[in-house]
Design a protein around this ligand. Structure first.
Ligand code: DGL
Length: 261
């Protein structure tokens, strides 16, 4: 089992921002990254759909030999993490918007959270804020269309700029000094978000802590190591267009295969 790959999935390519942190921390591991591009965006889909899709994907990844699973998508975590944990037996790392670390960092007492509509509407997110906001003001700003526009138009496109103008303005107006990037696509536009906030605003993404948690779980299960740093990337969409999108967003020419869970 130790030599088996770690599976990572997202609705699309946002999870590659998490994968980068995972591969930096665990360079000896093999990874299988799955972009469920055919169903992007997850952010506007019903919770029941995401739960069923998440379980289907997780089971198929385990059947393919994954020794651990990282749900590199806040939206899928919010809807499906519990069902996925109940359905499979390998260690699961799920990510959630970094509200907890934000509380320790804010000085103005105002925290902005950018995420999908589905993530922010979830019980899981409400619970996270209820348990950890600790009297601070948390402005939850849904960003419908943003993940999709990043993939379809590119991070530097006019469409993305217009969406960011709309979504970031309320956080700047409320004097938020920490902005939580609560969707794995948003680190692709972190510089553009930072430009719309006052200097010194802290932007938080979850790649690092997720990598540490994965390492802990692998160590606890005696599953650490055994790979060769290999990466396989697959999509439920059309590989040719995903290859072009990865190149545009990350400047990387990856080989991508088609895979249907
Ligand atoms: N990358 C996903 C997340 O972290 C969502 C993007 C989408 O709406 O599909 O929430």
């Amino acid at each position: 089992m130790t030599s088996h790959p770690i599976a990572v999935f997202d609705s699309g390519l946002g999870g590659l921002t998490v994968l980068r942190a995972l591969r930096e921390r665990l360079p000896q591991e093999d990874f299988f990254y799955f972009a469920d591009t055919r169903f992007l965006p997850y952010g506007d889909r019903p919770e029941t759909f995401l739960r069923e899709r998440g379980v289907l994907i997780a089971e198929a990844l385990v059947a393919r030999g994954a020794k651990a699973l990282v749900i590199a998508c806040n939206t899928a975590t919010a809807a499906a993490a519990e069902a996925i944990r109940a359905a499979i037996e390998v260690p699961v790392v799920a990510l959630e918007p970094g509200v907890k670390p934000a509380v320790g960092l804010t000085r103005t007492g105002v925290i902005g959270v950018l995420a999908t509509t589905r993530t922010l509407a979830s019980e899981r997110f409400q619970r996270l804020v209820g348990n950890h906001a600790n009297g601070h003001r948390v402005i939850a700003q849904p960003c419908p269309g943003l993940a999709e526009a990043i993939e379809a138009e590119g991070p530097d496109s006019a469409a993305v700029a217009a969406l960011l103008d709309t979504f970031v303005a309320p956080l700047a107006a409320a004097a938020a000094d920490v902005v939580v990037l609560g969707c794995t696509h948003y680190p692709c536009v972190s510089a553009a978000i930072a430009r719309r906030m006052p200097a010194g605003t802290v932007l938080l993404d979850t790649g690092e802590p997720v990598a540490r948690q994965l390492e802990r779980l692998l160590a606890a299960g005696n599953l650490l190591g055994g790979g060769e740093g290999r990466l396989t990337v697959a999509t439920s969409g059309a590989p040719a267009s995903v290859i072009a999108t990865v190149d545009r967003i990350f400047g990387q020419k990856l080989k991508i295969e088609h895979w249907e869970p």
